[in-house]
Design a protein around this ligand. Structure first.
Ligand code: TXA
Ligand code: MG
Length: 356
C-alpha cells in the first residue's frame, strides 16, 4: 500500500488537512496520528472492517482490544453506556478531572462498537486525548476513533513521527507528521467495572490522583506478576511489550551494587565480542563509559522526563546495534511507576534484584 505522509503543525493545525484525514478515517481507512501520550493508529470505531486493518497493520493479536478515542462526552456516549449509576458517576467525576488527557476508562460498551474492537469483552476503553491534532482529527472524522499505539506489535510505542514511519510505512493509508508526544508513555487505563476504580496500566495520571477524586483506587500488581498471567484483567498484560531487539535486563537494589554489577556485565559481554548499552539517569550514566551506547533518561528527580525519553531510547539502542541493554531501576512512585512498568515489560517481565 502507498502511505501518504501529511505534515501538520501541532501549534496551528491546518483544518483542510484535518478534514481530509478525518474523511479517510470516517470512510474506512487507517491514519497514524500524534497524541500527547504516543502516536496512535486510528480507524472508525463503528466499522469492523477498518479495525481489522489496524490489527493487520500492527500484527496485533486478535484478543487485545483497542481503545476508543472521542472528542467530547456526546461522542463518548455513542460508544459507551454504563453498567450502573455509580459507574456513570465515576466516569463523569474522573473525566471532568483528567480529560482531555492521558487517561482511559473502561466502562460498558454499546452495540454500536463492533466486537472485534473490544474482543468480545462487553466493555470498552474510552479516552479523550488533549493533543490538538488528535482532538480535531476525531472531530473531523465525526465518529469515535479506535486506536492502539502506532507501533508494530511488541515494539516500543512511537513517540515521534520517525518512529511511526519506521513501523507503519506501507501499512497505514496516512501518517500524520505532527511533532513529538510530550507525555511519552501510554495513558493510564482504569477499569470502572467494580465499586473501586482499578488501574490496569499505570500512566501519567497516578493512583493518588485518581484516589483523590474517587475516594479510593486499586492497582493491578504488575511487579508481582510472574512471566505469564493466565487470566489477565486486561488482555494487553500477557504479551511481551515495548521490546527492543536486544535483550534487556533491569537491575534494582542499592545504587553502588547495581553499578558494580552492570559494569562487570558490560566487561563480560565485551569480552565475548558483544555490544552493550546502558540506560540510566543523568546522574548515573557517566559511570558506564565502557558501554557501546549510553542513554540517559534525564535527571533523577524528573520522572516526566523519564517518561518522555524511554521509548525513544529503546529504539535508539536498536539503531546502535547493541546485543544487550542494562538498565538501572527507577524508584517507584508517581510517573516513574509507569516508566518502570514499561521497562519491566521490555525486559520480558522481570527485574533483577541485587543484594549488596
Ligand atoms: O495512550 C494511549 O492509550 C495510546 C494512545 C494512542 O491513545 N493507546 C494505546 O493503545 O496505548 P494500546 O492498544 O497500545 O493499549 C491499550 C491497552 C491494552 O493493554 C488493552 O489490553 C487495554 O488497553 N484495553 C483496551 N480495552 C480494554 C477493555 N475493554 N478491557 C480491558 N483492557 C482494555
Ligand atoms: Mg500499545
Amino acid at each position: 500500500m502507498k502511505t501518504e505522509i501529511i505534515k501538520i503543525d501541532p501549534r496551528d493545525p491546518d483544518p483542510v488537512k484535518l478534514q481530509y484525514c478525518g474523511a479517510v478515517i470516517r470512510y474506512g481507512g487507517i491514519v497514524a496520528f500524534p497524541t500527547e501520550t504516543v502516536y496512535g493508529l486510528g480507524a472508525n470505531a463503528f466499522m469492523a472492517s477498518a479495525a481489522t486493518k489496524v490489527f493487520e497493520a500492527k500484527g496485533r493479536p486478535a484478543d487485545n482490544p483497542l481503545i476508543v478515542h472521542v472528542c467530547d462526552y456526546d461522542m463518548a456516549e455513542t460508544a459507551a453506556c454504563f453498567a450502573s449509576p455509580e459507574q456513570e458517576r465515576l466516569f463523569y467525576a474522573l473525566g471532568s478531572e483528567f480529560w482531555p488527557g492521558p487517561f482511559t476508562m473502561i466502562v460498558k460498551k454499546r452495540d454500536t462498537v463492533p466486537d472485534n474492537i473490544t474482543c468480545g469483552l462487553g466493555t470498552a476503553g474510552i479516552r479523550m486525548p488533549s493533543n490538538a491534532i488528535a482532538a480535531r482529527l476525531i472531530r473531523a472524522a465525526g465518529v469515535p476513533v479506535a486506536a492502539p499505539s502506532a507501533n508494530s506489535s511488541g515494539r516500543p510505542s512511537p513517540t515521534r513521527f520517525a518512529h511511526v514511519l519506521e513501523d507503519m510505512r506501507g501499512k497505514a493509508d496516512v501518517i500524520i507528521d505532527g511533532g513529538d508526544s510530550n507525555v511519552g508513555v501510554e495513558s493510564t487505563v482504569v477499569d470502572l467495572s467494580g465499586p473501586v476504580p482499578m488501574i490496569l496500566r499505570p500512566g501519567a495520571v497516578t493512583r493518588d490522583d485518581i484516589a483523590r477524586i474517587a475516594g479510593d483506587c486499586l492497582e493491578y500488581d504488575w511487579l508481582r506478576e510472574k512471566v505469564r498471567v493466565d487470566k489477565p484483567l486486561s488482555p494487553g498484560m500477557k504479551y511481551r511489550h515495548y521490546a527492543p531487539r536486544a535483550k534487556m535486563t533491569v537491575y534494582a537494589g542499592e545504587r553502588e551494587a547495581v553499578r558494580d554489577r552492570i559494569i562487570s556485565m558490560i566487561r563480560a559481554e565485551k569480552k565475548a565480542g558483544k555490544r552493550a548499552g546502558v540506560l540510566a539517569t543523568e546522574e548515573q550514566i557517566c559511570y558506564y563509559k565502557e558501554a557501546d551506547a549510553m542513554l540517559s533518561l534525564g535527571p533523577e528527580n524528573e520522572p516526566e522526563e523519564h517518561a518522555r525519553r524511554l521509548f525513544g531510547a529503546l529504539r535508539k539502542f536498536d539503531e546502535e546495534n547493541v546485543d544487550v541493554i542494562y538498565a538501572q531501576a527507577l524508584g517507584l512512585g508517581g510517573v516513574d511507576d509507569a516508566v518502570m512498568n514499561r521497562m519491566f515489560r521490555a525486559a520480558g517481565g522481570t527485574i533483577e534484584q541485587i543484594d549488596s
